[in-house]
Design a protein around this ligand. Structure first.
Ligand code: SF4
Ligand code: SF4
Length: 176
């Protein structure tokens, strides 16, 4: 238990420290679990709950983040690379990962047209085996940009309200 890995992930913009995620990913990978598996989300939550408290109202958020992280892990392992921790830089003096600005894709509404991938200047999206797209690198998203949202005909992409950024611009968040 004392030797479990520790990983910071961002749930709805707030950091959460999770124990044993790397071990869980490894077990699932070794068991042949692909990112498109319909039971993956459930298995991730079940595995994470073994060593961490997951608040009930946040289960969906945890699941989305864990699915994304597993997809990255899976690609790194299948590509033979060791998973890397990226530096996402800063925005207005804050680590980029502290700014909850990134698209959220509705799996239900997405038709897999790929327009979001075409218009995005960064590698935020990734096509999935199930024909939809997934946000795989949310913190590469350019703060304030909304290109993909405008390009998405079925309105499957949600972006935060721009006003949310004001509190960061005016330094109000530095008070903590
Ligand atoms: S533009 Fe919208 S519908 Fe098309 S792939 Fe992207 S999220 Fe899905
Ligand atoms: S908002 Fe802009 S940078 Fe962010 S994902 Fe969409 S197109 Fe890419």
């Amino acid at each position: 238990m004392g030797n479990l890995s520790y990983r910071m992930i961002y749930i709805g913009g707030a950091p959460a420290g999770l124990l044993g995620v790397d071990e869980l990913f490894n077990v699932l990978f070794e068991a042949g679990m692909t990112p498109g598996d319909e039971n993956l989300g459930e298995k991730l939550i079940k595995g994470v709950k073994k060593h961490n408290f997951v608040p009930k109202p946040a289960i969906k958020d945890y699941q989305d983040v864990l699915l994304r992280e597993y997809l990255k892990y899976y690609h790194a392992r299948t590509g033979g690379e060791a998973p890397v921790t990226r530096d996402y830089g800063q925005w207005e003096g804050y680590p980029r990962e502290h700014i909850p600005w990134f698209p959220t894709v509705s799996e239900e509404l997405c038709n897999g047209c790929g327009k979001c991938i075409e218009v995005c200047p960064k590698d935020v999206f990734q096509p999935m085996e199930n024909g939809k797209v997934m946000v795989i690198e949310p913190f590469l998203c350019i703060v304030g940009c909304c290109f993909c949202k405008s390009a998405c005909d079925p309105k499957a992409i949600l972006m935060p309200q721009r006003e949310m950024l004001d509190q960061y611009r005016h330094g109000q968040m530095h008070a903590t």
